[in-house]
Ligand binder design. Structure first.
Ligand code: GLY
Length: 358
């Protein structure tokens, strides 16, 4: 078992990472809770796999367990779902001293975190992420929220969890496509801040054996960035590498048929390649493409989508009056944040269309 402590201005909390940790939940939970009432938020994918086990562990520890099961999928990450959860929490008489438990992937974590951030003006919550994507990214750092029809994550709050328990064994039930989605975020961490992780990913010939090391490295990247810039005034924007195009790609596909990680992978390669083409460089984009090909993650856009996709980037919440904060990689392991206006971004991407589109 590995322990990583995250120290932010609003909260200090531990992340525990290891195999089978869901069975040891009480060891991590008991020291941090004030009440014996917990409200578990999970979804229809995770409920049949892990809920009963978690409930019996909690009940053995003397906890009274309330729960709700959300329909799985990004399309349910909205205010209607949040409202229905508030009602259930109120019916269960959940109070400020009680605890919300997010059991699931990124969608569950984001919604549960937002409910915890806003119900009774904020109650504690913990994350038990069961997807690779949630384990390496969304379960830590305190970004919570839901989507609007205008775009992803447009309503939300920064609300740090009180504990994150990462049981790597839950990856055994995760479909390959979701493993790749999380892997894309691990690859992102390598390019923005960890050259050694890039090398590990490149050299690895046994993903299941090495995944714990990859997770720990990605968590260290995220911990460091969140500690120095919890509220995304500056360095935290680095975590958005690949996300400008990714959010547009996801929206273009109506959040179905492509995973977040696949969209991030395409976003990372295409933006970096376009940037390097404009600067007459070509190094990091080759490294990105090499890793994405190795792990069989898509990296190219489709020609016919390009104009519509670029229009969607204008709704990005990272946009400012002068354009958009764009992350590019100066050298492997070193991301930088640029501000660029839309015409320049569109021109840059279109200038590389022949190489980044199929
Ligand atoms: N997923 C990006 C962040 O937490 O800032």
């Amino acid at each position: 078992m590995n322990q990583i402590t995250v120290r932010t201005s609003s909260k200090t909390y531990d992340i525990f990472v290891g195999r089978g940790l869901r069975n040891d939940l009480l060891t991590y939970l008991n020291p941090i809770v004030k009440s014996k009432n917990v409200f578990v938020i999970t979804d229809s994918n995770v409920f049949p796999l892990y809920f009963e086990e978690i409930r019996s562990v909690l009940q053995e520890g003397g906890y009274q367990v309330f729960h709700t099961v959300l329909p799985a999928g990004e399309e349910h990450k909205n205010m209607q779902t949040v409202l229905s959860i508030y009602e259930k929490m109120a019916t269960a008489k959940i109070r400020r001293s009680d605890l919300v438990i997010a059991l699931g992937g990124g969608v569950v974590g984001d919604i549960a975190g937002f409910c915890a951030a806003s119900y009774m003006r904020g109650i504690p919550f913990i994350q038990i992420p069961t997807t690779l994507l949630a384990q390496v990214d969304s379960s830590i750092g305190g970004k919570t929220g839901v989507d609007l029809s205008a775009g992803k994550n447009l309503v939300g709050a920064f609300w740090q969890p009180s504990l994150v328990v990462i049981d790597i064994d839950t990856l055994k039930t995760l479909p390959q496509i979701q493993i790749k989605s999380g892997l894309a975020e691990i690859i992102k961490s390598a390019f923005i801040a960890d050259k050694a992780l890039f090398q590990k990913l490149k050299d690895s010939d046994h993903f299941e054996r090495d995944v714990e090391r990859f997770i720990l490295s990605a968590l260290q990247v995220k911990r460091h960035i969140v500690e120095i810039d919890e509220f995304e005034k500056n360095e935290r924007m680095l975590l958005n590498f690949g996300h400008t195009l990714a959010h547009s790609i996801e929206k273009y596909h109506n959040f179905t048929g492509i995973t977040h990680g696949e969209a991030v992978a395409i976003g990372m390669y295409c933006m970096q390649r376009a940037y390097e083409k404009k600067r007459k460089l070509q190094q990091v984009s080759d490294d990105i493409r090499e890793l994405l090909i190795k792990y069989e993650i898509p990296y190219q856009l489709k020609h016919e989508n390009l104009d519509e996709l670029l229009e969607y980037t204008k709704n990005d919440k990272k946009s400012t009056d002068s354009g958009i904060h764009l992350v590019v990689i100066e050298e492997t392991g070193k991301g930088v944040i640029l501000t660029m206006d839309y015409p320049s971004i569109f021109e840059m991407i279109k200038g590389a269309a022949d190489e980044i589109c199929v």
